[in-house]
Design a protein around this ligand. Structure first.
Ligand SMILES: CC(=O)N[C@H]1[C@@H](OP(=O)(O)OP(=O)(O)OC[C@H]2O[C@@H](n3ccc(=O)[nH]c3=O)[C@H](O)[C@@H]2O)O[C@H](CO)[C@@H](O)[C@@H]1O
Ligand SMILES: C=C(OP(=O)(O)O)C(=O)O
Length: 433
């Protein structure tokens, strides 16, 4: 198992390039199941969740091409599918595997997908995905840990979903994506009310439209889809948007450690809420069409925030911003409204000397002048990132253990941090033994 060793106290300076968005790549890789023609995706990040998704798609019979020469371009050919079952062994490590359910059911009329189960940040049910597919006429049985779904028979005796009006009980990102992918091949019109507006949804919609889908309203709370008989290859392929959470993570790293860094291939307009809060904290942020410059020359001021659906402050940035508040001047309240258990990083930050008190869904953080390096354990993806940020400012050495969580969602985070001056190295178990 790999660890990160961080010697804190270095100012960060230079430039780095932001990778493609994990949370856009995962549904878009699954969207390749919707057509018999090859789908080319560009700017695919090189990270563990993408590798897991590709493994699952290969298991289903999708031919995947990704060359060493250009690992960020992936060609997926789902012309011959060998299975419509996503087994537990492949689903258990990644909740986003549920995203094969909508496309499989829409194109093949049948799908069996393991329930993804809970995870460190909360129970994360998929009842809204199931409810939406049932509204489209699917018969769904949940048995022995699997969702077994069949589309209804139409007048021609084919199994095909029917368009429906669906209002989810809450805003769900992967739920909206799954239902949108199911609806593009359904018969008739589907209206998704209370749809998620996260930038990954319009990006997926753009890919589907390039494949021949008829979608309107993506990026709003009401998405209207007219089903078509078949989809084709997206002409020229599709380029995945930059990762707004990776971007925000580096912004927070500079805010906490101090420095002057330019992030290339970054979209500031996807990060308004985080950038506003960083400015409130005293950080200087300048933006252009595809770059963001962050300058932090003095200790930040603690700022309060509340996570919520896009365009509000993203839950996926809560842990990293908490690390900034840990070393800021003053005290601030952080409220988490999306997941019931997303404060797993708090105890580890406290091990580094942070002053945090959790009360239900809120955490009161009182900034301290210095953190002190220690061994800490990553518990989930963004918790890991917050520990790395804290390690960058802590005195002495911080060891972050269990970084397989970090590797799920970041493309060479330590290499990127090293390139802007951080003293950080990856140590594998064997090398450290
Ligand atoms: C791969 C991906 O894109 N992951 C993101 C996605 O996760 P994900 O799509 O899983 O998160 P959701 O938006 O679905 O979850 C929002 C809330 O709704 C609840 N819920 C959701 C679906 C459902 O059927 N029933 C239900 O109760 C969840 O438990 C949670 O409390 O959006 C989250 C919220 O922005 C982000 O933190 C994740 O990084
Ligand atoms: C929670 C996250 O991802 P996932 O939904 O894939 O677990 C995340 O990206 O922070």
């Amino acid at each position: 198992m790999d660890k990160l060793l961080i010697r804190g106290g270095r100012r960060l300076a230079g430039e780095l390039t932001i990778a493609g968005a994990k949370n856009a790549a995962l549904p878009e890789l699954c969207a390749s199941l919707l057509t018999a023609e090859p789908t080319i995706l560009r700017n695919v990040p090189k990270l563990q969740d993408v590798a897991t998704t590709l493994k699952l798609l290969r298991h289903l019979g999708v031919q995947v091409e990704r060359t060493e020469a250009d690992p960020h371009t992936v060609t997926l050919d789902a012309s011959h599918i060998s299975s419509t079952k996503a087994p537990y062994e492949l689903v258990k490590t990644m909740r986003a595997s549920i995203l094969v359910l909508g496309p499989l059911l829409a194109r093949f009329g049948t799908a069996t997908v393991s329930l993804p189960g809970g995870c460190a940040i909360g129970s994360r049910p998929v009842d809204q995905h199931i409810k939406g597919l049932q509204a489209m006429g699917a018969e769904i049985v949940v048995e022995h840990g699997y969702i077994e779904a069949k589309a209804p028979l139409n007048a021609q005796g084919q199994r095909r979903l029917r368009g429906a009006r669906i209002t989810t009980d809450m805003v769900t990102v992967t739920g909206t994506e799954n239902l949108m992918m199911a609806a593009v091949l359904a018969e008739g019109e589907t209206v998704l009310e209370n749809a998620a507006q996260e930038p990954e949804i319009p990006d997926l919609a753009e890919l589907l439209i390039a494949m021949g889908a008829r979608i309107e309203g993506h990026g709003t709370h009401r998405i209207v889809i007219q089903g078509v008989d078949r989809l084709h290859a997206p002409a020229g392929g599709h380029r995945i948007i930059p990762d707004r959470i990776e971007t925000g993570t580096f912004l927070c790293a500079v805010a906490a450690a101090g420095g002057d860094v330019v992030l290339r291939q970054a979209q500031a307009r996807h990060l308004d809420a985080v950038i506003d809060k960083l400015r409130e904290a005293g950080v200087t942020i300048t933006t252009g069409d595809d770059w963001i410059r962050v300058q932090a020359e003095r200790r930040p001021t603690a700022v309060s925030f509340r996570t919520s659906e896009y365009p509000a402050f993203p839950t996926d940035m809560q842990a990293q911003f908490m690390a900034v508040n840990c070393v800021a001047e003053g005290a601030a309240k952080i409220s988490e409204t999306i997941f019931e258990n997303r404060f797993m990083h708090v105890n580890e930050l406290i091990r580094l000397g942070a002053k945090i008190e959790v009360d239900g869904h809120s955490a009161m953080v009182t900034g301290v002048e210095r953190l002190s390096g220690a061994t800490v354990m990553a518990t989930d993806l963004r918790a890991s990132a917050s520990l790395v940020i804290a390690g960058l400012v802590a005195d002495g050495t911080t060891t972050v253990d269990r970084i397989y969580h970090l590797d799920r969602g970041y493309d060479r985070m330590e290499a990127k941090l090293r390139s802007i001056g951080a003293d950080i190295e990856r140590v594998s178990e064997r090398a450290s033994a």
